[in-house]
Design a protein around this ligand. Structure first.
Ligand SMILES: CC(C)(COP(=O)(O)OP(=O)(O)OC[C@H]1O[C@@H](n2cnc3c(N)ncnc32)[C@H](O)[C@@H]1OP(=O)(O)O)[C@@H](O)C(=O)NCCC(=O)NCCS
Length: 171
């Protein structure tokens, strides 16, 4: 995948890493940034994930979840707070976007409160109601449901140009 000795590595997780991934995702849930995921759900969706590992610890994650043949979600994007601002988040996003291209997916979406981050990387805001109903099935588990303050964004990969590749994540 993507590695530099001092900078850590963006790669797919191993099944043995599910407990640590769960603990890491829980930190984002406690901060109110992510929807809760059980260990069983993380296990079932493990192949959706890329993780950022530094000094043997998971310090970032991002998932590409295929909803249907022409639409997938970027979700569970989290970077450990002390490491934010070092282009790890964009590295994880690009790894998932590259995987989406390899799978032949034409469109990605995100439901997020960090719209600016996604806009910076080729996503554009849309009315939530433009997304198919089935993509909202997880929302009922959100404490904010139904008064959600998340913004819907999409990125059309066919129109999105060439892959930029996964950036080496700095130390
Ligand atoms: C959102 C998040 C993953 C970004 O990760 P990060 O590693 O800090 O971001 P990066 O360093 O890769 O940022 C890349 C670029 O996006 C910009 N950016 C980062 N967060 C941004 C935001 N909230 N709004 C606008 N731009 C943002 C950075 O300034 C940087 O710009 P540059 O290329 O001009 O230097 C991280 O802040 C996080 O974990 N937040 C909490 C969890 C969360 O809200 N996840 C989203 C759920 S969908």
């Amino acid at each position: 995948m993507n590695e530099t000795a001092s900078a850590g590595e963006i790669r797919k997780p191993r099944v043995t890493e599910v407990p640590e991934l769960k603990r890491f995702v829980d930190t984002g849930v406690e901060a109110g940034a992510l929807l809760p995921r059980t260990a069983a759900e993380l296990c079932e969706s493990l192949r959706d994930f890329h993780i950022y590992v530094k000094d043997g610890r998971i310090e970032g994650c991002c998932a590409l979840h295929v909803d249907m043949a022409d639409l997938a979600e970027i979700r569970t994007l989290l970077v450990a707070e002390p490491l934010r601002g070092a282009h790890i988040g964009v590295g994880l996003l690009r790894a998932c976007m590259d995987e989406a291209r390899e799978l032949g997916l034409p469109r990605l979406y995100a439901l997020t409160r960090v719209a600016g981050f996604f806009q910076k990387h080729g996503f554009r805001e849309i009315d939530k109601h433009e997304l198919p109903h089935k993509v909202f099935r997880d929302c009922v588990r959100c404490p904010l449901f139904p008064d959600c303050d998340e913004v819907a964004l999409v990125h059309d990969l066919e129109a999105g140009g060439q892959s930029t590749g996964t950036q080496p994540a700095p130390a």
